[in-house]
Design a protein around this ligand. Structure first.
Ligand code: BEZ
Ligand code: FE
Length: 305
């Protein structure tokens, strides 16, 4: 029987993946083994610590449903999601910065007419959002699909509410840019909110005495033929959590100075009760041919759309 010392064990496990048919998969698996073994040699976990790590990962998996992704949340709070994002977007070449997709890109994004008020039953000060999608040279991108989603006035996404099953999406929609690359809609000014803390990831965050807050933001996923899908947020300038986002997702360029307005008319001429807020943002696409991630739990037919 072969007996391995600490170093030989790593070599043997790495070698056991040698016949993996796909070279990239083989590389990923072998490097994972090396990093995990290094971690164990460095930290000397006790059996109890190892068992609680297994229990933590088990509970993380058990918390996942079609509309809740506790593993993505784990990746987010460990900074892994932003690191994967960073290594995949090293050269932006003037294109808008990207950030985490987050676990709430779920369900349908139905196309709505420009100007629609997407706030439904949520209460709060009104916000008019006007955006424009351009190519790297600033020329308009017409016909781009702009998926929008944000939390309600209590800091919850529609998919976190029981009513999602029966009433469907709210504060979640899609606009198609016009011939000048523009889109606009009404909503409420979002607030900062905590990531879900009722699962193992929240437990870890609170145990480590980290706060669970994300600064106020609106999510955008812009998808247009001939361009890399752009997954980003626009953050509300002045939010107190901009410097300590629990998922490390803030980039300076993504902070918008949202104007507080007291005039009674929005940019499209409709009247509004003051005060209201105006968010203006230009999204610059990067040439490419990527495929946007589809909602978690999408059927094959939806994913192929
Ligand atoms: C979000 O902004 O929706 C989000 C992103 C990462 C973790 C939790 C929430
Ligand atoms: Fe969010």
């Amino acid at each position: 029987m072969t007996q391995f010392n600490e170093a030989q064990l790593t070599e043997a496990v790495v070698a056991s993946f040698e016949r993996t048919p796909d070279a990239r998969t083989k590389f990923l698996l072998q490097e994972l083994v090396k990093s995990l073994h290094d971690y164990v040699r460095k930290t000397n976990p006790t059996f109890d610590e190892w068992a609680s790590a297994v229990d933590f990962l088990t509970r993380t998996g058990q918390k996942c449903t079609a509309s809740r992704q506790e593993f993505i949340l784990l990746s987010d709070v460990l900074g892994v999601s932003m690191l994967v994002d960073a290594v995949n977007h090293r050269e932006r070449g003037g294109a808008t910065e990207t950030t985490v997709l987050g676990p709430f890109y779920v369900g349908e994004h139905k196309v709505m007419a420009h100007g629609t008020d997407i706030s439904g039953t949520s209460v709060g000060e009104k916000m008019f959002v006007q955006g424009r999608v351009t190519d790297p040279a600033g020329a308009p991108v017409a016909g781009a699909a702009v998926d929008v989603w944000h939390a309600d006035d209590e800091g919850f996404y529609d998919s976190q509410r029981p009513a999602y099953e029966t009433e469907g999406p709210s504060l979640r929609t899609r606009f198609i840019t016009d011939s000048d690359g523009r889109f606009f809609f009404r909503t409420i000014l979002p607030c900062s909110y905590p990531i879900p803390t009722d699962g193992p990831v929240g437990e870890m965050i609170l145990y480590a005495q980290r706060h669970p807050m994300r600064p106020a933001h609106v999510h955008f996923l812009v998808d247009a033929k001939g361009y890399e899908p752009l997954i980003t947020h626009v953050f509300i300038g002045g939010d107190k959590y901009l410097d300590s986002d629990v998922v490390f997702g803030v980039k300076d360029e993504l902070i918008a100075q949202v104007e507080r307005r007291t005039d009674p008319v929005m940019p499209d001429g409709e009247s509004v009760a003051a005060p209201w807020h105006l968010m203006t943002y230009e999204f610059r696409m990067k040439a490419g041919a990527g495929i946007a991630p589809k909602p978690l739990g999408a059927t094959a037919a939806e994913a192929a759309e």
